[in-house]
Design a protein around this ligand. Structure first.
Ligand code: GLU
Length: 308
């Protein structure tokens, strides 16, 4: 990532993977800018993927709005945009492979049953494994869960250091395909990161908790494990993460440069006044050359607490 020693050309591929659940807001802009600058500083590729699997949460027009804003902000992606909704066969193939190796099982438990019989972890109820012990055969559509184990998942986050999680204990057997048939984010993101050749995942620290689940699936599926860097998360005055749910305002293109300058300042970068008051092209020229990950603030309040 953006250290003094640059990574050799062509070994770096980063990505921005928004869910089209609303317009692009400042919180997602920070993730987009951080992943873009880290890729460009390292002479890498940067791809954009629209994570539109959950049609119930999708807002019509949001994907094209996000792409339009990125383009207008001068953020150039490499290759074709991919849409997860068009890649279902790839997720099913990964599930089939796990199924052949008896690594997944179907689950008929309702939310209420799970809530009644489990303890609550960092990510909601920890599934007690009821259906893995006594398989129930029914024609109903069922959720599919992956069998986790007690071995710790350990990874190095570029900002947070060594992070550890025991999936069985802290998360439980997690869902790869929901009972409504929708493939889970954890599965789709792993398949896509591998198939797109992503080497560096730079995203918000709200996803730090998900990384051990993703590394676990990468291990099961024999994929390469990318490098990870989780950026500090933007919060509003009430201390909530900026998101559609917390009514984060959309980026307005009339203030494009101001937003970009605020985004890199949030990431600890210090553009000189003439850059902050100049134009978008000079902004990017400066930012791509002067990206310093050492200056990004580390926010230990976000994500799993077992990071060094
Ligand atoms: N689609 C996710 C989101 O918009 C991001 C996924 C990722 O970066 O891994 O929050």
């Amino acid at each position: 990532m953006g250290n003094k020693v640059k990574i050799a050309k062509s070994t770096y591929c980063g990505r921005f993977a928004p869910s089209p659940t609303g317009p692009l807001h400042f919180g997602s802009l920070v993730a987009a800018v951080g992943s873009y600058l880290d890729a460009k500083f390292n002479d890498g590729q940067w791809v954009v993927r629209i994570e539109d699997l959950d049609w119930q949460r999708e807002i019509k027009g949001a994907a094209s709005h996000i792409l339009h804003i990125l383009e207008a902000l001068g953020m150039e992606w490499d290759g074709q945009i991919i849409y997860q909704s068009q890649r279902l066969a790839h997720y099913q193939a990964a599930l089939d492979e796990l199924n052949q190796r008896d690594l997944i099982y179907s689950c008929v438990c309702s939310r209420k049953e799970i809530a009644d019989s489990s303890i609550v972890g960092i990510n909601g109820s920890i599934y007690p494994g009821t259906c893995s012990r006594a398989p129930i055969f029914t024609k109903d559509v069922r959720a599919l869960r992956v069998r986790t184990h007690h071995g710790p998942i350990v990874f190095e986050d570029f900002l947070r250091g060594l992070c550890t999680q025991n999936l069985k204990q802290e998360i439980g057997d997690f869902i790869l395909r929901r009972a409504d048939g929708i493939y889970a984010y954890q599965l789709a993101v792993v398949v896509d990161d591998a198939q797109q050749g992503i080497t560096h995942v730079v995203r918000g620290a709200d996803l730090l908790d998900s990384t051990p689940r993703q590394i676990f699936l990468q291990q099961l599926l024999g994929y390469d494990i990318p490098h990870y860097m989780h950026l500090p998360v933007v919060i509003n005055a009430a201390g909530e993460k900026l998101s559609k749910q917390t009514r984060a305002p959309a980026i307005e293109l009339s203030y494009a440069l101001t937003y970009l300058v605020q985004a890199i300042r949030f990431l600890g970068q210090n553009p000189p006044v003439e850059i902050a008051q100049g134009d978008i092209a000079s902004f990017w020229r400066w930012a791509k050359k002067n990206w310093r990950i050492q200056q990004i603030p580390r926010d230990p309040t976000q994500g799993i607490n077992s990071c060094a």
